[in-house]
Design a binder for this molecule. Structure first.
Ligand code: DNO
Length: 395
């Protein structure tokens, strides 16, 4: 498995020289400065690639080549947006970059209510509190329909939280929910978010699936021609949010997507943490079932509460059996090698990490501190080395 690291580009407070010291050899990045829907110029891709190569690593995976919200909403004439997406892919392929991660979550990307929840042993983690999210929906956005989306005890806890909260608490909650949007895109306040949500009125699950299908039909054949592999990132959290449907949340959804256009170019990012936040998802089983279409893995863990809340655990703690999951991915690599596939290696990155030790105060992207992720990478490296030794012994 190829050890990789997400780098947010030149504005990332963690430099390439520091990343090299973690032992990672692959970089996962994007041209975050380019607005959604515009073409990624070949020269800019080449320059970023050269910068990474000069630091001793290679740009292995694009995360993300974002899909414009109009495509998700199926709004108006989309031919220029599809053409731009294909052109960006062609420019990436011309520079030898062929693995692209993207998501199909409407409006928001990953969503948390707390960016610095305390960890018992020190440091902080990202947390999703169902009561706080319900409070935001019901009382800050006035979305009454949200009552149907949460159990009664969560609604009661939401009301209690809201009544006790100060303006600062509410501001911090909104800021935390917005933090998942990468790059230089819009962040919303309550009114802005309400207005943005209006654009999605009437977009239900089946309409979103239709729009996704259209995207796949317009893009996957071009990806095939270019020898590229797209890999969809699961929803985080894997459930509808703010009344917006989410359609990449469990094994059935993934089965539908991969079957919708049955091509290796239409693949999956196995994000253990996103999928792991739904108690119904058995992440190692999902990895085994869709193994042949996994082109990229995000390895992290979550600990779930009964009310639908969850927080990010250390990489080998939490509810997902990380050893079993890594074993599934190593078995898939072995299968590819035996089948003579030269491109057998699955790139993975330690996804998110606790803020630990000197991470505090560095103000890196939420969830993406240096030491916390390095700890995760080191632990995963140990699991991979141990299991690989076992494979050799048995083989
Ligand atoms: C969160 C990330 C996601 C991911 C996108 C892919 O930490 O894993 O934001 O990059 O959903 O498009």
């Amino acid at each position: 498995m190829k050890e990789s690291w997400r780098w947010y580009g030149p504005l990332d407070r963690i430099g390439l020289g520091e990343i090299l010291q973690t032992g990672a050899s692959g970089i996962v990045t994007a041209l975050h400065e380019i607005p959604y829907g515009e073409i990624w110029p070949r020269q800019t891709i080449a320059a970023r690639k050269a910068e990474i190569a000069a630091a001793g690593m290679d740009w292995g995976v694009v995360e993300s080549l974002p899909i414009h919200e109009r495509i998700k909403r199926g709004e108006g004439d989309l031919s220029a947006l599809f053409a731009n997406y294909r052109q960006s892919m062609a420019n990436l392929a011309a520079e030898g970059i062929t693995t692209i991660c993207y998501n199909f979550m409407p409006l928001l990307d990953w969503t948390r209510t707390d960016l610095a929840a305390p960890v018992a042993t020190g440091g902080t983690c990202l947390r999703f509190s169902a009561p706080k999210m319900a409070a935001l929906e019901l009382y800050m956005l006035g979305r009454d329909a949200a009552r149907e989306d949460y159990p009664c005890e969560v609604i009661t806890a939401a009301e209690r939280w809201f009544q006790a909260s100060s303006d600062d608490d509410r501001g911090l909650l909104m800021h935390s929910v917005m933090a998942g949007l990468p790059g230089a895109y819009d962040r919303y306040d309550a009114d802005g978010l309400k207005a943005a949500l209006k654009l999605y009125d009437g977009l239900d699950r089946s309409a979103l699936r239709d729009n996704y299908m259209r995207f796949l039909e317009k893009i996957i054949p071009a990806a095939e021609d270019l020898g590229m592999r797209l890999c969809v990132h699961p929803d985080d959290p894997p459930r509808d949010i703010l009344g917006l449907p989410r359609i990449v949340s469990d094994a059935d959804d993934i089965g539908w997507i991969l079957g919708a256009v049955d091509s290796p170019a239409n693949g999956l990012t196995l994000c253990a943490g996103s999928l792991g936040a739904n108690p119904a998802n058995d992440v190692p089983a999902i990895a085994r079932r869709f193994a042949s279409r996994i082109w990229f893995a995000h390895l992290r863990n979550v600990r779930k509460d009964a009310d639908g809340s969850f927080e990010e655990a250390a990489h080998l703690s939490g509810d997902t059996d990380m050893v079993e999951l890594v074993a599934a991915l190593l078995d898939e690599e072995a299968r590819r090698r035996e089948a003579g596939d030269e491109d057998w290696e699955i790139p993975f990155r330690p996804d998110h990490g606790h803020e630990l030790l000197d991470d505090a105060g560095r103000n890196t992207h939420p969830g993406y501190p240096l030491i916390g992720r390095m700890r995760g990478l080191a632990e995963l490296r140990g699991v991979i080395a141990g299991l690989s030794y076992g494979q050799k012994e048995l083989g």
